[in-house]
Write a protein that binds this ligand. Structure first.
Ligand code: NAP
Length: 244
């Protein structure tokens, strides 16, 4: 028996990196998974996996969310799990960041998860049950990186807490995870630019960078009924980096 048997899960950013790993783990635990992303090539690949449907959805678009929520609910008859995972990063320093850069970061990384909850939670409320997990970042918990990315992930932290208190009585659990540096296409560029990742790895108490499955397995727990009394929680998955 799988931990997610009979459940319908939406995973944004499901065509790459951490999201793709979650799609694989969730389907193997018995869920019907909708991988929502902008990466057409990645969507084609995960869309070939059994129990996975790939859909194009821009998380910063209300219209996309509205249409996807209605279609998924019509097709599957329910929506049990939402994983707000899709996001972008930026290597720009504060000095290099323009208002347009800031607005783009906030629109995708902060409004995206907010809009996801806004459009999916009503279906969960009707069912009287649902689980939402938001992917923030360790940079939202410590003073590392005076930049738009850390700020956008700080908003995700607050969105999670406030949604957990807003929807708790309606049976919806909302939790957040805070990954450290995880080896994915997002961090590949950092690796190629040299130096920084090695320094972070050396500074990590567990002595290695994270892998997508480190995050995916923790999210699986929070999304499953094993975490039935857990809401508003913050789980750091960073090999101990921010504990220092
Ligand atoms: P990734 O490999 O770059 O995957 C992110 C996916 O999100 C990509 O397929 C990307 O598509 C998609 N995406 C971007 N903007 C979107 C939008 N507006 N609507 C829908 N999909 C969109 O990144 P990852 O490393 O797996 O990161 C997943 C999440 O974990 C992100 O929220 C990230 O901030 C967070 N996180 C990552 C790390 C890390 O070290 N990797 C650490 C802490 C937190 P395109 O490629 O087409 O843009």
């Amino acid at each position: 028996m799988g931990k997610l048997d009979g459940k319908v899960a939406i995973i944004t950013g499901g065509a790459s990196g951490i999201g793709k790993e979650m799609v694989d783990i969730f389907r193997n635990e018995g869920a019907d998974v909708i991988a929502a992303d902008l990466d057409e090539e990645g969507l084609k690949l995960v869309g070939q996996w059994t129990n996975v449907e790939g859909i194009r959805l821009d998380i910063s678009s209300d219209a996309d969310w509205q249409e996807a929520a209605r279609k998924i609910n019509d097709q599957y008859g329910r929506i049990d799990i939402l994983i707000n995972n899709a996001g972008i990063t930026s290597e720009k320093s504060a000095e290099e960041t323009t208002v347009e850069d800031w607005e783009l970061m906030m629109r995708i990384n902060s409004y995206g998860p907010f809009a996801g909850i806004k459009h999916i939670a009503p279906y969960m409320v009707e069912q009287g049950k649902g689980a939402i997990v938001n992917i923030s970042s360790y940079t939202a918990q410590i003073g590392l990186g005076f930049n738009s990315y850390s700020a956008s992930k700080g908003a995700v932290r607050t969105i999670s807490k406030s949604a957990s208190t807003t929807y708790g009585k309606q049976g919806i659990r909302v939790n957040a995870v805070f990954p450290g540096v995880i080896e994915t296409p997002m961090t590949k560029k950092l690796k190629e630019s040299g130096g920084m990742l090695e320094q972070l790895e050396q500074a990590t108490p567990l002595g290695r960078l994270g892998r997508p499955e480190d995050v995916a397995n923790a999210v699986l727990f929070l999304a499953s009924d094993d975490a039935d009394y857990i809401t508003g929680a913050e789980l750091v998955i960073d090999g101990g980096f921010s504990a220092q």
